[in-house]
Design a protein around this ligand. Structure first.
Ligand SMILES: [Zn+2]
Length: 182
């Protein structure tokens, strides 16, 4: 399957000159909600993750809010296991809502790995519940992450980000776009 084509067809992978939330500039932008709004396309990308972890004894799939909830639900559905999420409460990410993951084999999932911050927070939240962390998976890895766990990405594209003053796209005077609004 041509994942890059699927991402371009759904306008998930955009090429141009973009302002990221971090303030950095980039030639590529991943509009993740263009995939999450489409159950068929989301299911296709999630299947790669489910297939990768189907023999690993996963009992729970946990994702960070917001996109991670959708991914966790779909992968858990495909694996025939339970799903939950890690949400922010008072500045800290927690697995609450009575999700009973203690001593259970957990797969952590998220939509896009950009800095790894939300995945790292979710790892901490899952460990705090004494779960067994089996692996981490994302739909899109845009930073080339390497983790000390079993790690899988449905699609990987390492994208360079630039400080505004060092951005070659600014120097070419390509109009800067800000996307990903609420
Ligand atoms: Zn720029």
């Amino acid at each position: 399957m041509d994942i890059e084509k699927l991402l371009k067809d759904h306008k998930v992978l955009l090429e141009g000159h973009f302002l990221l939330n971090s303030g950095l500039h980039s030639k590529y932008y991943f509009e993740k909600f263009r995939i999450l709004e489409n159950p068929d396309a989301t299911s296709t990308l999630c299947k790669l993750i489910a297939d990768n972890f189907k023999d690993k004894g996963i009992e729970w799939v946990i994702g960070p809010t917001t996109g991670g909830i959708i991914i966790a639900y779909e992968i858990a559905r495909q694996l025939g296991v339970l799903c939950g999420f890690a949400e922010e409460r008072a500045g800290k990410r927690v697995v609450g809502r009575g999700f009973d993951i203690s001593n259970k084999n957990v797969l952590i999932v998220d939509d896009v790995m950009t800095t790894g911050k939300s995945v790292k927070e979710t790892i901490d939240a899952v460990k705090e519940k004494d779960a067994v962390l089996v692996g981490v998976a994302v739909l899109i890895d845009r930073c080339g992450a390497s983790l000390s766990f079993d790690y899988f990405a449905s699609y990987k594209k390492v994208v360079k980000n630039f400080k505004p003053e060092e951005c070659p796209l600014c120097k070419e005077e390509i109009p800067l776009k800000k996307l990903g609004g609420l």
